[in-house]
Structure formats: structure tokens, C-alpha cells
Design a protein around this ligand. Structure first.
Ligand code: AMP
Length: 191
């Protein structure tokens, strides 16, 4: 199995790239944000727990998120060639939980691939996306800026966590979709 963490701030292009890379390498794409949004739309218990955090651009508590992620992995494990984790982990507790989960499944995270993009470019991209995404958290500039702040305060530190395991690959996240796919592919082909 090849398991990848696609990393980067909100608006870096993780979802767009994960969609392409999953087909190219036959991987299962798990976006924790997408799973939360699906649950909010369907008014499940999980959706109810997550909604207020997401609306503010804050992180959903680790316990809720980790539990959900483990269930998503279990759903797909039998026929998976590997996973792309998009938007997970976002805290050190989540990173540790992912390591244990992978170990339990007798596999591992092979790489964290980080898309690097300047903050002002992110804000502009998210405001643009907000016009069509239907996501409340893309429509409000204060919420967007809060999500970016949360990324720097709580999530960016995970670079060190994966660097310490020699698994961190940073790539330039500015360019055409195709250019960025080929930068990611260069890393994937080395694994
Ligand atoms: P995303 O689609 O990855 O931008 O995520 C949208 C929102 O879902 C985030 O702003 C968080 O509120 C929540 N979320 C997604 N993934 C996680 C995670 N791994 N940990 C905590 N909250 C998350």
C-alpha cells in the first residue's frame, strides 16, 4: 500500500489534486472536510457535533475527527491499494493516531506532500471558490482568515513531525493544475 498525506493550508489545492492523483495511482481519497460536510447535509449526529466548529473555521475536536477517520479507513481497507488523506491530520494527536492506525493495519504513511502557497493567494482563491462552492466557510473573509490562522497555529507544526520521520516533501503549490500534478507525481514516483 502507498499512503499519502496531502498537506497544506485551506485553498492550497489539496482537493483538486487529490481527485487527480487518486485516479492516477488508484488510491482511495479520504477528505475529512468532505465527510463532515456530507454529515452536516444529512443532519447526522456527527454532522451536528461538527457544524458549529466548521462554521467558525475552527477545528472539530480530535476525538470526533479521529474516530470518524478510523471508520472511513475501515470502510475501504479491504479493496484499497492505498489512501490519500486530505485535510487529516491537522494536529499532533491526529498524526499520532494515524500512525497507530496504519500500524494496526500493518502499513504506514509513506509521505506527507505539502502544497506551499502564499496567504494572500489563498484568501483570493477561497473567496473565488466561495462564489460557487456553496460552502459557508468560503463565503466570509473573516472565517477564511481564521481557517488560515488555525492552520499556522495548530497544523503547520506537523511538518516537523513528518520531517523527523524523513517523510516530508514540500512542493510549490502555485501554477497550473497540471504543473502541480506533475510536481506531486515526481514525488509519488520516488516512493
Ligand atoms: P477542509 O474541507 O479540509 O477545508 O475542512 C473544512 C473544515 O472541516 C475545517 O475548517 C474544520 O472545521 C473541519 N475539519 C476538516 N478536517 C479536520 C481535521 N482533520 N481536524 C479537525 N477539523 C477538521
Amino acid at each position: 500500500m502507498t499512503n499519502i498525506v496531502l498537506f497544506g493550508p485551506p485553498g492550497a489545492g489539496k482537493g483538486t489534486q487529490a481527485d487527480i492523483i487518486k485516479d492516477k495511482y488508484n488510491l482511495i481519497h479520504i477528505s475529512t472536510g468532505d465527510v463532515f460536510r456530507y454529515n452536516i447535509k444529512n443532519e447526522t449526529d456527527l454532522g451536528k457535533k461538527a457544524k458549529s466548529y466548521i462554521d467558525q473555521g475552527a477545528l472539530v475536536p480530535d476525538e470526533v475527527t479521529i474516530d470518524m477517520l478510523a471508520k472511513e479507513v475501515d470502510k475501504h481497507l479491504a479493496d484499497a491499494n492505498g489512501f490519500i488523506f486530505d485535510g487529516f491530520p491537522r494536529t499532533e494527536a491526529q498524526a499520532k493516531a494515524l500512525d497507530s492506525l496504519m500500524q494496526e493495519k500493518e502499513t504506514q504513511v509513506n509521505a506527507m506532500i505539502a502544497l506551499e502557497v502564499d496567504d494572500e493567494v489563498l484568501v483570493q482563491r477561497l473567496l473565488e471558490r466561495g462564489k460557487t462552492s456553496g460552502r459557508a466557510d468560503d463565503a466570509d473573509e473573516d472565517v477564511i482568515r481564521n481557517r488560515i490562522k488555525v492552520y499556522y497555529n495548530e497544523t503547520a507544526i506537523l511538518k516537523n513531525y513528518f520531517q523527523a520521520q524523513d517523510k516530508f516533501y514540500g512542493i510549490d503549490g502555485v501554477g497550473s493544475v497540471q504543473e502541480i500534478t506533475s510536481r506531486i507525481s515526481e514525488v509519488m514516483n520516488k516512493l
